[in-house]
Ligand binder design. Sequence first.
Ligand code: URP
Ligand code: ZN
Ligand code: ZN
Length: 474
Amino acid sequence: MSVLIKGGRIVTASDDYVGDVYAEGETVSLIGESLDVQADKVIDASGKYVLPGAIDPHTHIEMFFGGTTTCDDFTSGTVAAAFGGTTSLVDFCMQAPGTPFPEALDNYFEKIERCKPVIDVGFHIGVTDIEGGGGLDALAKLPDEGVTSYKLFMAYKGAVMVDDETLFKTMEVARETGGLVMVHAENGDAIDVIVKNAVAEGKTDPIWHARTRPMETEAEATNRAIQLARVAGCALYVVHVSCQPAVEPIALAREKGWDVWGETCTQYLFVDESALEKPNWEGGKYIYTPPPRPKEQQEHLWKALVTDDLSVVSTDHCPFNWPEQKAINGREFEKVPNGGPGIENRLHMLHHFGVRSGRITLNRFVELTSTNVAKRFGLYPRKGTIAVGSDADVVVWDPVKELKISAQTHHSNVNYSLFEGTEVTGAPEVVLVRGQVVVENDELVAEPGAGRFVKRARAGEKLTAAGVQEAVPA
Ligand code: URP
Ligand code: ZN
Ligand code: ZN
């Protein structure tokens, strides 16, 4: 199968030019002006942007959490992702305490075997218990399976939270294996005390979710993780940074040249803590962690995305139906499964409110949602760019297409949207994964199974169409 995408504005993290892209099989084989080639399928991209497929490095698909399981499986979750222009995701393979790491991985391979994805999928390992996982050697072997990032939670005491010993030991393993340590950075011990005090005083409405997780508890854990990573000598990636006090230690570390990266998520740019006060317990929809912050924090996050203090925008898609799942344990904030949906609308929101409003350039839009993710998570240059030899993961983006975001029309199984009713201009017209059309003109074209598991590279390696290779320093 060959595809010719003709006359589009090809935008990568560094380039912006009009041309044709020709893919033969799964990879891009020619890029040029007015290419004289025959193709099985020709896509007229004039007036459209031709972008590298977006990559979402932070999703929770079919994850058991808070007494229930997120309501998207790897079919529905990846279909929703594809409709939004995301062609790969890296999901958290959560190790239940006591489960050997290989078994935890097998559990996730079973999920993608049973519910086949339509886009490519990789896994991070969610470390909760090193001993039960098989010890440090077992942890060190995971990058050989293409699982090259370790995720640890510094919060959720009594559930998935790890202590500093576990965090630090994992960091030492990562130094040796070239893996990346990812942290959910909040001080879980302090938050646990604050939550218990609030609950004892009868303060259990959703707004107390935000009031019991002060920004300083995020800042403190962010700084602690950075300092520990520095001592251990590993690379660190801080997920879902929600506020300026947590950006600051990341900015300082990066200024010093330390290998520290920060990510924020779409919802922190648009939803503020007042959402938790919506009447009729609708505030429960917005119980995700870290919580939505005061509105003024949003401008700090936008600024950090411009200065590269924050380098990635992910979704932290963690969908629970409202109110059935959100209220499964009761309507007190501390019992609500934490998480919010968003896998489909990251590009819509960033394009409309970021690019069109002049906050970020088109190149930066690509960098934040695709290229930086590919580089940081061992997918580059196979993914994250449009270049000869790269996977033909391409989004033909219509910059003037209008869309009203709504749970009535989105493709996730979840029954609400954090951005309900928002009107945006700009949406995908065609989405290709490795040369195969998955979405075209608002129709799903591919069958489940079009996507596959991707083994990722570690530090010092690069991923090409031929597989993982040693990186040659420039
Ligand atoms: O509330 C959230 N973010 N739920 C998903 C788990 C996590 O903390 O990322
Ligand atoms: Zn988290
Ligand atoms: Zn998450």
